[in-house]
Design a protein around this ligand. Structure first.
Ligand code: SF4
Length: 367
């Protein structure tokens, strides 16, 4: 049974950004988008019976705002036709401020979107250029104001830091500009150089851990003071505004993925749709990632240590059937507690500040 739905929109507008490794096409035609929506509806029909009332829907990509307003209306109503939504279903749409017109924004709000995630990345034109980030932010303040006027409940802004050559004052200014828009949620990603991207061919990562640590500390201090404490490696929000979709995925919840490159998880298997629009349109089958139950359990257990809560004991018991007694005597857990990466107490088991910072070490020890 799936509790969440992810929909991958494989289009962007005006080309691809230099750092991006997500599957998407930099241009599309109305005809191609029509075929995409037809096939997507086929996928909805095929799988909707396996879905419980949805607790969250995430429309990502790619760039959902690369769809025309009429296409967005069609997509939203198609989701409503095929699935039952829980009364408090969180419905996120990612958008690029450059391609999100007021008409598209209103179509999404009318369709049921209640969480908007805007890809800002940087407010500084020269850093956007260094990243090879397409588009501009001219429309951003008016879009945010319009969304709020029409009752948008949750606003997230995506930012990128640790860009080669970036100064701390520039990152501080980016955070300040973001906070001026009064978001409920911020995602701050340290730049990663994904293989085979134009960015990885053009720039060399700074080996300056000191700069990364300075930004990390600044994020903790400034965002907590503005009511947005860190709750995951790259995510900041008050508990009530955490992204439910991602939080549940980090804790092993099941989800259905539709669209090319979308991955599903049924508790055992992670089938991935082909990361190729033509193959997906031609009904190429997903690639399966089946693990023995014990390995899958370990994977789910380890993944939650991305979050500050880790595993509260009650949730660990209901999700994985593991009790405190079954966990606390494991040598790997004892080592991680001894080295100060995890902490275990009456509430649960969770990462320390260092454990979040060195999440790779936690994963390495547990997987
Ligand atoms: S808009 Fe987003 S999905 Fe599209 S190329 Fe840029 S980073 Fe990638």
């Amino acid at each position: 049974m799936y509790y969440s739905l992810y929909i991958h929109v494989p289009f962007c507008q005006g080309g691809k950004c230099d750092y991006c490794a997500f599957y998407s096409l930099g241009a599309s035609t109305p005809e191609l988008r029509h075929r995409y929506l037809n096939r997507l509806e086929g996928e909805f029909s095929e799988h909707s019976a396996a879905c419980a009332p949805l607790r969250s829907i995430f429309l990502g990509g790619g760039t959902p705002s690369a769809l025309a307003s009429g296409e967005l209306t069609r997509l939203f109503s198609s989701v409503r036709r095929h699935f039952t939504l829980a009364p408090d279903c969180e419905w996120t749409m990612e958008a690029n401020p450059d391609s999100l017109t007021s008409e598209k924004l209103l179509a999404a709000l009318e369709g049921g979107m209640n969480r908007l995630s805007l890809g800002v990345q940087s407010f500084q034109p020269h850093l956007r250029q260094r990243l090879g980030r397409r588009g501009n932010l001219e429309a951003l303040p008016e879009l945010v104001a319009l969304a709020r006027r029409h009752g948008l409940k949750h606003l997230n802004l995506d930012l990128i830091y640790n860009i080669p050559g970036q100064r701390i004052s520039e990152w501080q200014s980016d955070l300040g500009n973001a906070l001026d828009l009064a978001p409920d949620h911020l995602s701050c990603y340290s730049l990663t150089f994904e293989e085979n991207t134009p960015l990885a061919r053009r720039l060399v990562p700074d080996d300056d851990d000191a700069f990364f640590l300075q930004c990390w500390q600044h994020n903790d201090d400034v965002l907590a003071a503005h009511g947005l404490p860190r709750y995951e490696i790259s995510n900041f929000a008050a508990p009530v505004n955490r992204c439910r979709h991602n939080w549940e995925i980090w804790h092993g919840q099941t989800y259905l993925g539709c669209g090319p490159a979308a991955v599903s998880f049924d508790g055992k298997d992670r089938p991935a749709n082909p990361a190729n629009l033509a193959s997906w349109l031609a009904h190429a089958p997903p690639v399966h990632d089946r693990l023995p139950p014990h390995a899958r359990q370990r994977e789910i257990f380890a993944f939650a240590f991305r979050t500050v809560d880790g595993w509260p004991w009650g949730l660990l018991e209901t999700t994985l059937g593991l009790s405190r007694a079954m966990v606390q005597d494991q040598p790997a857990i004892q080592d991680l507690c001894r080295t100060g990466l995890l902490v275990l107490d009456g509430a649960g088991i969770r990462p320390t500040r260092r454990g979040l910072l060195f999440n790779d070490e936690v994963l390495c020890a547990l997987l």
